[in-house]
Ligand binder design. Structure first.
Ligand code: DUC
Ligand code: ZN
Ligand code: ZN
Length: 489
């Protein structure tokens, strides 16, 4: 009689803290034992020479989402989660995006209907708040947080999504009341609008001008402003998809002052530059995302921020649009840069790219890799310790890596529905060849063994990270001022 449903033997385990040799015993979908000579399993995997890592937790991806200009992503919850799991990710937290006028419950129910029958790995949702009415802030948001949607994204730009500073304060105050994490897309809307109009007036409509219109100064300014709003409300934020040294420096400065400002960067800011948007004809559209890829110097800064802890998480911001009339070119064969659907795919390559160029080239160590791609994501978004680590009691979500497998990236090796990858031609070393989700061996020998709809929905807890510092500005301090009223207590 076997002790375990699954036993992974002889591998090298890495968590966010340690690297050690041990066997992993799995029963009823959870890790129940770590140790030497653990006995036998119904199913055994020999991981000699392999790395046994927590499955990745993807904290920023857009799946089966209609963009604010009405374009549907190429990936639905089946292809999106299949692509994720082949790249070593076992949990995704995509967005349920509120359209103006919709209630948050309506919004989330619609995404449940899409995800439930299709997802092959476990998933939660962040909300995107585009319409923070008093009803949304006062009733709907607290109810959603209690239901386990404990994080939401707000935008400082995009015509149909952006919140002004007053609305941002309303959202931060609601987050403070119930302990939710606020993710901020930080770019200065009017700087983008002004630059775009001037560029278009001058006949500069091609994809490359997208990068010009989304300036570093505008990203840095918005990051600074978001931090000031967070400081006034004493409510942590997470600045998503940081692309520029300027924005990163603002974040580092705030962190050095002891503020709870978290930050994320993404593969497009390590591997692409604004020059990619200058490729022939409309090809540059394949690299248009916001914020845009920038310079070699900014790339180096992002690597520095990953190594020194400025960034807590590394996400793909997978926003998949095909390079055709269903996606990037929905507005016509030669749209102006303003009309190109924003976003790049990356859900499957997120981990292999960072592993190869980060761990493989000595820029970050293996434990930091695990922290950035799994453990910190789970902690920030209320999924720890169920997800994001290898520990007794955690879900058996495990990626077994061949650290020596060398490949040159091409789209044919990927499982998304996008038809291209911006990372084609890059040589990488290391790939997760066997992937386990809640104890099920879902990927092995390049084959998927998971039914549509077998992923489970994850209601999430309120995270420690989203709790206020308790360090109130004098203006907000109840003992000295009107703080009790201002903070709604
Ligand atoms: N920018 C976003 O803010 N979201 C999706 C993709 C993108 O490029
Ligand atoms: Zn964004
Ligand atoms: Zn995004």
């Amino acid at each position: 009689m076997s002790n375990f449903d699954l036993l992974i033997r002889n591998g090298t385990i890495a968590t966010a803290a340690d690297t050690f040799k041990a066997d992993v015993g799995v029963k009823a979908g959870r890790i129940v034992s770590l140790g030497e000579d653990l006995g036998s399993g119904e199913r055994e995997i020999d991981a000699t020479g392999k790395l046994v890592l927590p499955g990745g937790v993807e904290g920023h991806c857009h799946i089966e989402q209609i963009s604010s200009s009405g374009v549907m992503t190429a990936d639905d919850f089946y292809s999106g989660t299949v692509a994720a799991v082949f790249g070593g990710t076992t949990t995704v937290i995509p967005f349920a995006a509120q359209q103006k006028g919709d209630s948050l419950r309506q919004t989330v129910e619609a995404y449940h209907e899409c995800a439930g029958p299709k997802a092959v790995i476990d998933y939660g949702f962040h909300l995107i708040i585009s319409d923070p009415t008093p009803q949304v802030i006062g009733q709907e948001l607290p109810a959603m947080i209690k239901d386990g949607i404990t994080s939401f994204k707000v935008y400082m730009t995009y015509d149909d999504l952006r919140l002004d500073d007053y609305q941002m304060l309303d959202v931060l105050s609601a987050a403070r009341r119930d302990g939710a994490m606020v993710m901020v897309h930080a770019e200065n809307h009017d700087m983008i609008r002004w630059l775009s109009e001037k560029l278009l007036d001058g006949g500069h409509w091609q994809p490359q001008y997208h990068a010009v219109s989304h300036s570093r100064a505008g990203e840095g300014e918005a990051a600074h402003r978001a931090i000031a709003l967070s400081r006034l409300m004493d409510q942590p934020i997470l600045v998503v998809h940081v692309s520029s040294e300027e924005a990163m420096d603002e974040i580092r400065l705030a962190q050095n002052k002891g503020l709870k400002i978290f930050a994320e960067t993404c593969p497009q800011y390590l591997f692409l530059t604004a020059d990619d948007l200058k490729r022939d004809g409309m090809d540059g559209a394949m690299f248009c995302c916001s914020p845009p890829p920038r310079s070699d110097k900014d790339q180096e800064a992002m690597w520095r921020g990953l190594a020194n802890g400025t960034f807590s998480v590394f996400s793909s911001d997978h926003a998949p649009y095909r390079f055709d009339e269903s996606g990037k070119l929905a507005a016509g064969p030669e749209p102006t840069f303003k009309k190109i659907a924003n976003g790049v795919p990356g859900i499957e390559l997120r981990l292999p790219l960072l592993f190869s160029e980060g761990v493989g080239k000595g820029r970050i160590d293996l434990n930091r890799f695990v922290a950035l791609t799994a453990t910190n994501v789970a902690k920030l978004y209320g999924l720890a310790p169920q997800k994001g680590t290898i520990a007794v009691g955690s879900d058996a979500d495990i990626a077994i890596w061949d650290p020596d497998l060398e490949q040159t990236i091409e789209h044919a090796m990927l499982h998304d529905n996008v038809g291209y990858t911006p990372y084609a031609g890059i040589k990488i070393k290391g790939w997760p060849t066997t992937v386990v989700s809640r104890g099920r061996v879902v990927v092995e020998n390049d084959t998927l063994n998971a039914e549509r709809g077998s992923g489970q929905y994850l209601p999430r807890a309120v995270s420690e990270a989203s709790k206020p510092l308790g360090r109130l500005e004098p203006e907000m301090d109840p003992d000295r001022n009107f703080g009790a009223e201002l903070l709604g207590r």
